[in-house]
Design a protein. Structure first.
Length: 82
């Protein structure tokens, strides 16, 4: 799954209130460890505190790429966000 798809999932989750910033920050930490090269958004999200919901949301919007609609729909459905 690409980063843009995951970012869209987290954007929708944060805006609907079912995902909090701490979950996104934890994901970013995992991405930094696994990625061959860290990108600015990864480091910036990882550096946020859990009460910086709007900042995290803004940084998720900077993730490059194209979301896979099928994978995104499956993630959202699993979270109850159809």
């Amino acid at each position: 799954m690409n980063y843009r798809t995951q970012a869209e999932y987290y954007i929708k989750g944060i805006t609907s209130g079912v995902i909090d910033a701490a979950e996104v920050i934890a994901w970013s930490d995992e991405v930094i460890v696994a990625a061959p090269k860290s990108e600015d958004w990864m480091i910036e999200i990882s550096s946020c505190s859990s009460d910086e919901r709007l900042k995290v949301l803004g940084l998720l919007n900077t993730v490059q790429g194209v979301a896979d609609p099928v994978e995104l729909a499956a993630l959202l459905k699993a979270k109850g966000l159809e």
